[in-house]
Write a protein that binds this ligand. Structure first.
Ligand SMILES: [Zn+2]
Length: 247
């Protein structure tokens, strides 16, 4: 099972790790700073460097099959597969020590956009039914029939960014959630049950919802946003596309 460094420290850009396996599916490590595509957020790119200094370019990170826990112990969370760019020499053996480095410029854009989508959840009081976060844009689909006003969204986003709210993750157990029905009521997305422990993303005084993604530490770090598009995707879906205003 891979230790997920990005869950506790989204700002970690370099780390050392040991190779667990390397095959046609990708590279599995004992620990990683590469976020695997999931929860709408794109996977990380970067490099894996061998002890001899040669480097493997990683173009994407994805979740694979559940990880084996050993004889009779069932299955763990999905493996994290680091996908090498094509046409490289990708010979790695279990036990090899490697240095990891993520494409920070790309990841930081994912973090800024991901936190921005949570702000949007706080502004638009409707459930979401789709989400895509890339380095170029963030797209969020709301389950609603009312029209959305671009100027209102941009103004409110700018206000919440400018107010510089702290962003933090909080782990909470099923029992703690059951004991606080009011807390669950305030969440813009309802937490899953039966997994024992849920990771919540809290934007101080603004939004609280379960999320496994990577986020900036303060909303001011998001910077200026523009609502690039508001689309009526279906009778019951309104799609909002965000871009950075300086891009
Ligand atoms: Zn999220």
């Amino acid at each position: 099972m891979t230790q997920e460094i990005f869950r506790d420290d989204a700002y970690c850009t370099e780390a050392e790790a040991t190779v667990e396996s390397c095959d046609a599916r990708g590279i599995v490590l004992d620990r990683t700073i590469f976020y695997p595509k999931g929860g709408g957020q794109a996977g990380d790119a970067g490099t894996i460097t061998r002890t001899d200094g040669t480097t493997i370019a990683i173009v994407d990170t994805v979740k694979g099959a559940p990880s084996p826990l050993g004889a009779g112990r069932g299955e763990g969370p999905p493996e994290i597969l680091h996908i090498p760019a094509p046409d490289q020499n990708v010979v790695l053996s279990p036990g090899d020590k490697v240095k990891l480095r993520i494409d920070w410029e790309r990841r930081h854009r994912h973090m800024r956009f991901h936190t921005a989508t949570h702000l949007l959840c706080a502004i638009v009081p409707h459930q979401t039914n789709g989400c895509s976060i890339t380095a170029g844009y963030a797209r969020l689909d709301f389950d609603m029939v009312e029209p959305l006003d671009r100027e209102h969204l941009e103004r409110e986003l700018a206000r919440l960014v400018g107010e510089a709210h702290d962003v933090r993750t909080v782990w909470i157990t099923d029992e703690e959630l059951d004991a606080q029905p009011d807390l669950v009521r305030t969440m813009s997305v309802k937490p899953p049950r039966g997994v024992g422990r849920v990771r919540l993303l809290e934007i101080d005084g603004v939004d609280l919802q379960p999320c496994g993604g990577t986020h900036v530490a303060n909303t001011r770090e998001i910077g200026a946003l523009r609502v690039a598009k508001i689309e009526k995707k279906s009778a019951r879906t309104r799609r909002v596309v965000l871009e950075f205003a300086d891009a």
